[in-house]
Each structure stands twice: as structure tokens, then as C-alpha cells.
Ligand binder design. Structure first.
Ligand code: PEP
Ligand code: MG
Length: 324
């Protein structure tokens, strides 16, 4: 089975009627680049940079970060590498950051943390800019909840660029900047945010959690955590629509991008890029190559009329069963 899939490593992810998609890899350490390449990733769609802060005492230094980012960017070049800035807090516990809260899921995490610890954030942005000359680096920001927050982050980023220019540190002047969409208020304001960035990446792990108000790590209520909840699907559809109205592409880097049951539906909703654990890429590629975009859009249209995740999941299962 694996041997069969491995034949598709160098094939493009193109649907039967020519519609092209990009399948990229999620990684959390620079060492995982090898797996991304082995499974034919079109790039790195999500590098969870906070993992760098978990290893050594020196892990937060500019040099340490620069070396890791450069390694990933260089070894994937000319393919794109999207590095997400630090997402600590919430379910991501990193010792020594001083985060200890009663309600961490709704608390001081990701860009909220970074904007009040500009010392840490600035070092990361410098390390990222320095590594941008070694390939095709893109940067994205986690947990953006609205336009003021995005403006604040983009403003700081411009400031760090100015500093680099003043110090004659070379960086890619056309570096693309995106925002994750994983907070419901950001989803509702997708049209506004899309005017300010070069791309969106939908973080469904959090978007589902916050949309349905269900802790992603709580087993007692795990039955409520449903990617096919119509509320989640409407949100995804709207995010993609609004982004496309501003001509920016949309990626999805939550776990649902790796589930072959959802691949056709997501393509039918107009998603441009999927980012997932490297070992899932080939199976998703296989499915997408065997279906046309036209059919995928019809599936999405049918599903968007339905009223519950149960109905939707059953319908998609049957649809997939008939075809595969
Ligand atoms: C997400 O929320 O979907 C995501 C990709 O980020 P993380 O799982 O790291 O929160
Ligand atoms: Mg997230």
C-alpha cells in the first residue's frame, strides 16, 4: 500500500479537470523536513516555531532560531516554507515563559503573549527576516482576533524590518505575511483581514474549539468536537469566499486537512492548500487526483444544505464509499 502511494511523490496534486491544489507539510522540528520531502510535500505549510523554545536553555536566542529557520528554508527551497510565530499558552505549555492561568484557552497566548513580550517577539522576527534570503519564507501569525491586533503585529514587523535595513542585514523585501484564522471573530471579519495580508491559513483545531465552545483536549466532551458541524463548515466557506474576493489564497493546517474523508469537501469549498502531517500527504493526493473540481463543488453544495454533522458525515462516507 505504501509502495503504491510512494509512486505519487513527484506527481502534482491536480484534480481530474485540471484544478490544481497544493499539499504541504506541518512540522515542529527542523528534522522533520526529511519526512516532508520523502512524502512529496509542496512546501512547509506550518512550522510550529514554539517547539524550538522547548529544547535547550539557549533555544530562544536569535542565533539558535536563525539556524533552525535557515535550515528548513534552505533545504525546502525553492518551495515555500510558512513559519508560524510563537504560539505559547493555551494548550501549549512552555516552561519559563511565566504563563500560569486559570483559563489558558481564553487567555494570554500566541500573538497576545508576543505583543506584550515584544522583546521575545522582536528576536523571533529578526531571526525570521535573516533566514528569508535562503529560500522562500512566509510568516504567519497565530490567534489573531481582529484588525487592531493584526495591525499591531504588522506594525512591529515593519519596525523590525527598518532596524534590519539600518543594520544592513539582508532580507527578502517581498516576504509574504499571512494570518491564521482560528478565532471566530477573525472568521467573521475575514473580509476585513483579507485586505491586510497575503494569505490565510485556517487553524481548524482552534477554530472548531472556539466555534463550538469545546475544549480540544477534554475527552468528556470530545463527542462535541465535530469538524463537520454546519457552524464550522459555514465559517470555513465564508473565510475562503472572502479571501478569494481579495485574491489571496487560503490554506488549512488543522488536523482535518489530513483526514481523507474531508479532502474532497474542502477542495469543493475552494480551499487552495492543505497542510498536514507529512505521512498523510500521499493518501490525500491520491483521492484528490481521482475526483474533478466540478464534482467536489457539487458535493460541497449538497453538504452545505444539510443541518447536522451526523447527516453530513454519513452523506460524505457514502459518497466516498461509492467512488473509492
Ligand atoms: C490549529 O489550531 O488548527 C493549528 C494548526 O494550530 P495548533 O494546532 O498548533 O493550535
Ligand atoms: Mg491553533
Amino acid at each position: 500500500h505504501e509502495a503504491e502511494l510512494l509512486k505519487m511523490v513527484d506527481l502534482p496534486t491536480v484534480m481530474k479537470d485540471g484544478h490544481k491544489l497544493s499539499l504541504q507539510a506541518n512540522i515542529q522540528t527542523d528534522g522533520e523536513v526529511d519526512a516532508a520531502k520523502r512524502y512529496g510535500a509542496g512546501g512547509i505549510g506550518l512550522f510550529r516555531s514554539e517547539f524550538l523554545f522547548m529544547d535547550t536553555n539557549d533555544s530562544a536566542s536569535e542565533e539558535h532560531q536563525f539556524n533552525a529557520y535557515r535550515k528548513v528554508v534552505e533545504s525546502m527551497a525553492p518551495k515555500p516554507v510558512t513559519i508560524r510565530t510563537i504560539d505559547v499558552g493555551g494548550d501549549k505549555i512552555v516552561k519559563g515563559m511565566g504563563i500560569d492561568e486559570k483559563n489558558p484557552i481564553l487567555g494570554w497566548r500566541a500573538v497576545r503573549f508576543c505583543l506584550s513580550r515584544k522583546d521575545i517577539f522582536t528576536i523571533q522576527l529578526r531571526a525570521l527576516l535573516r533566514s528569508s534570503v535562503y529560500g522562500k519564507l512566509q510568516i504567519m501569525f497565530p490567534m489573531i482576533s481582529g484588525v487592531e491586533e493584526l495591525d499591531a503585529v504588522l506594525h512591529l514587523f515593519e519596525h523590525v524590518k527598518e532596524e534590519c535595513r539600518a543594520e544592513h542585514i539582508p532580507f527578502d523585501p517581498d516576504i509574504k505575511v499571512g494570518t491564521m484564522i482560528e478565532v471566530p471573530s477573525a472568521a467573521m471579519c475575514a473580509d476585513i483581514l483579507a485586505k491586510k495580508v497575503d494569505f490565510f491559513s485556517i487553524g481548524t483545531n482552534d477554530l472548531i474549539q472556539y466555534t463550538i465552545a469545546v475544549d480540544r483536549g477534554n475527552e468528556k466532551i470530545a463527542y462535541l468536537y465535530q469538524p463537520m458541524h454546519p457552524g464550522v463548515l459555514r465559517s470555513i466557506r465564508m473565510i475562503i469566499e472572502k479571501a478569494h474576493q481579495e485574491n489571496i489564497p487560503v490554506s488549512l493546517c488543522g488536523e482535518m486537512a489530513a483526514d481523507p474523508l474531508y479532502s474532497v469537501l474542502l477542495a469543493g469549498l475552494g480551499l487552495d492548500e492543505f497542510s498536514m502531517g507529512p505521512q498523510s500527504i500521499l493518501q490525500v493526493r491520491k483521492i484528490l487526483r481521482e475526483v474533478s473540481y466540478q464534482e467536489a463543488k457539487q458535493l460541497a453544495e449538497a453538504v452545505m444544505q444539510m443541518d447536522s454533522y451526523l447527516t453530513i458525515t454519513t452523506y460524505i462516507r457514502e459518497w466516498m464509499h461509492d467512488r473509492f
